[in-house]
Design a protein around this ligand. Structure first.
Ligand code: T1G
Length: 701
């Protein structure tokens, strides 16, 4: 699409200095239109005899977010970004780039190709391409080492980490620091260059000394990473070529970049990046969010402590209510510990840490919630207790307060009905540890006011969380899918695959931890309580595995008791609990099951097909808005490997025909569990993909 360059870039002549301003909202993404506009503007200024120096800066929140992730399809259209940057590097007139806010990826690569770089106060730069399954593909892998040296460039490029302006100056990424307006800083720097006070260097003319130790250390670290993705190692290969003549290095970088562009990791990681941002496109998006300044969290357990910490990290004041007076101090200590952890991880400055502690009040007095704008209930998962509490909150809380439950599966409509203000009741389902896990399911009950949905999404954004809109059902989106996924793993266990093999197969797919190891971490008694809760409504035809119950009966509840599916004796290697393995063998004998053998591929296929099938039912029931929302839930709440993009993205890679064939094959053994969702057959008939469904449900503002 040809865009009027006047809308996306401005050229101005100030005396003997030509100014090029990137002006393409929202992030000055360097897609074809903008990079061509830069190229044309630079060429025009080169031919103007009155112009002696050229400044490039950005208008808006920041310099530029880099190449346009949505326009990768045009990355090969001339002039390509590497071609534009080569012309900047070879410019007959000095080009000064002025970086403010953010300069990531191709944006930083543009600056590296100019002769002088000015960094404004508060600037952050990065070459984060490896996070998209790529490597800097416009000269960054060759030019950054020419300014910083090889070792520093390896670190920055192979991790994709952010570099603040002070470090950027120290490393030699920027030549000058400035504050105020980028335009004025650019003009001042241009005068210094023209007077000879500020040297202008052609980056490509610089050389790079080899650092074999740094290279070897990086190779070892990257090879040991799990999952072992292709991009970081290819990025290392590209950076090491910076010791070669520039044209050779650039050619190798381009080849490696194009290899990765075609790879599944890049497609999956880009989908994950877009999924994180797609979930905020909800029907309530145009509504005015209400102000939330003070929050009360009720419940001083693990969840309450985590949720309170999350709000404090978001800058809000928090009243934590723990009605058992002897647990109030423990709750406060738990929050303080979390805040200190955030401080150590660099997620919190010293001043923000002090401010957060000041904003925390812990008490056993429920009445203290009366003035809070938002009350989040995080007590134990018992409907009667929640109904009782919400009845009390209805009487205590000020009119216009939002009452939220953190329940992970209970009916939010029932909880809302316990109050006289159901429109002010919503579900905010955080994931443990709530101050670290980014997902929050915003569970919209039948009578929840739409403004509260908009408010919850705005609040989640303020906390740095990924909010996903969910309808009311048992387990909403994530836990509902998890229940069916775990059934498939339990059936595989009964049918002959030991649980350590199931865990290993799914970890080989990319999960950080297999399902049985996750259950050990959460506590096997948690799963048992859920099964007991559902026992009365469990259909007779449904297979039930007693294995976990039998393990619980031994008092083996997982990490917290030192024994579960695995032994936790402090040793590094993971050891299956012989007692649990014995229980499995006995159960197979009791059930008369002749153990079948399954390949790792079969194991992964069955487990993920069960996950996808239930996800389709979640879509059918309108519990999730779009497939991409389910991808976000699994990516940000359940550890689905990011480079795989999420279960619905994976489903499109597998293909609907194969998914249906798999389910029909599995159904020959267990027709109750394995049923083809109606929506899947409809999509097959229409030739639809899940990506099609993402675009077909457009949020109405
Ligand atoms: N391209 C296209 N759109 C982008 C974009 C990009 N690079 N970055 C952000 N957006 C959209 C985003 O989808 C959202 O739109 C809106 O801008 C605001 O984003 C050749 C190949 C810069 C830190 O990896 O990290 O250069 O979805 O909500 O929280 O070597 O955006 O709402 O419609 O995230 O203030 C390398 C990716 C690209 C940076 C700002 N660059 N972006 O965060 O806003 S590859 C990146 C970010 C590359 C070269 C290679 C963040 C941000 P919508 P936002 P934010």
């Amino acid at each position: 699409m040809k865009e009027n360059t006047m809308e996306i870039l401005r050229v101005e002549k100030a005396g003997e200095v030509g100014l090029i301003a990137l002006a393409k909202p929202p992030v000055n993404a360097l897609g074809f239109a903008l990079r061509k506009a830069v190229h044309d503007a630079h060429s025009e200024l080169l031919t103007d005899p009155t112009i002696k120096a050229i400044v490039i800066y950005g208008e808006g929140r920041f310099f530029s977010a880099g190449a346009d992730i949505r326009d990768f399809g045009n990355s090969g259209v001339h002039p390509t970004l590497p071609e534009v940057l080569k012309s900047l590097n070879d410019s007959a007139k000095p080009v000064i780039s002025v970086l403010h806010g953010i300069a990531f990826g191709g944006a930083l690569e543009l600056a590296l190709a100019t002769q002088v770089r000015v960094g404004m106060a508060g600037l952050k730069v990065a070459l984060p391409e490896v996070k998209l399954g790529l490597l800097p593909g416009a000269g960054g892998s060759q030019r950054l080492p020419r300014l910083t040296g090889l070792a520093a460039a390896i670190d920055v490029i192979c991790t994709g980490r952010e570099v603040n302006v002070a470090e950027a100056k120290t490393l030699g990424i920027v030549d000058r620091l400035a504050d105020g307006s980028p335009r004025e800083a650019g003009l001042a720097a241009a005068q210094e260059v023209l007077s000879g006070a500020l040297p202008a260097r052609q980056t490509d003319g610089l050389t790079v000394a080899p650092t074999p130790e740094a290279v070897e250390a990086a190779r070892k670290r990257l090879t040991a990473m799990r999952p072992a993705l292709a991009a970081p190692l290819k990025a290392l290969e590209a950076v090491c070529a910076a010791t070669l003549p520039i044209d050779e290095g650039l050619a190798l970088e381009r080849k490696l970049f194009l290899d990765l562009m075609e790879g599944p990791e890049h497609v999956g990681l880009t989908h994950a990046f877009l999924a994180e941002r797609a979930t905020s496109k909800i029907p309530e998006v145009g509504l005015q969010a209400r102000d939330i300044a003070s929050v009360a969290v009720i419940g001083g357990g693990t969840m309450g402590i985590g949720i309170a910490t999350a709000f404090l990290l978001g800058g809000l004041s928090v009243h934590l209510i723990e009605v058992q007076v002897n647990r109030v101090a423990q709750a406060r200590a738990g929050i303080e510990k979390n805040l200190q952890g955030a401080l150590k991880r660099g997620k919190l400055s010293d001043s923000a840490y002090a401010a957060a502690s000041e904003k925390l009040t812990c008490t056993d007095a429920l009445e203290s919630v009366s003035k809070c704008d938002l009350v989040v209930e995080a007590i134990f998962e018992d409907m009667a207790a929640k109904i009782d509490l919400f009845g009390k909150l209805d009487a205590i809380c000020k009119p216009g307060a939002l009452l939220a439950t953190n329940t992970s599966y209970l009916d939010v409509n029932t909880i809302a009905a316990a109050t006289s203000r159901p429109a002010d009741v919503i579900g905010l389902h955080f994931f443990s540890p709530a101050h670290i896990m980014r997902l929050v399911e915003v569970v919209v009950a039948d009578k929840t006011a739409p403004e509260w949905v908009a408010t919850s999404f705005a609040l989640a954004g303020k906390l740095g969380k990924v909010a996903v809109r969910a309808g009311v059902c048992d387990g909403f989106i994530g836990n509902r899918i998890l229940t069916e996924y775990r059934k498939a793993t339990e059936y595989l266990l009964l049918d002959g695959v030991d649980y350590d093999r199931i865990d290993a197969a799914l970890e080989g797919f990319g999960f950080a931890m297999g399902p049985f190891a996750v259950s050990d971490m959460a506590g096997l008694d948690i799963g048992r309580m859920t099964r007991q809760r559902k026992a009365s409504t469990r259909p007779a035809e449904e297979r039930y595995s007693r294995v976990s119950d039998l393990i619980c009966d031994q008092g083996w509840l997982g990490r917290k008791t030192g024994t579960g599916y695995y032994l936790y004796d402090g040793s590094k290697s993971r050891i299956a609990n012989p007692g649990a393995m014995e229980i499995v063998a006995n159960e197979r004998r009791t059930l008369g099951i002749a153990a079948q053998d399954f390949s790792d591929e079969d194991i992964v296929a069955r487990c993920l097909t069960a996950m996808i099938a239930e996800a389709v039912r979640v879509l059918e029931d309108g519990i999730a808005l779009r497939p991409v929302d389910i991808d976000a839930v699994e990516l940000f709440g359940y550890g689905f490997p990011r480079h795989r993009g999420g279960p619905m993205h994976l489903a499109d890679l597998i293909g609907i025909d194969i998914l249906i064939q798999r389910i029909e094959t599995y159904a020959t053994q267990d027709p109750y569990f394995w049923q083809v969702p109606q929506l899947l057959r409809e999509m097959q008939t229409k030739g639809q993909s899940f990506a099609d469904l993402n675009t077909s449900i457009v949020a109405t503002s």
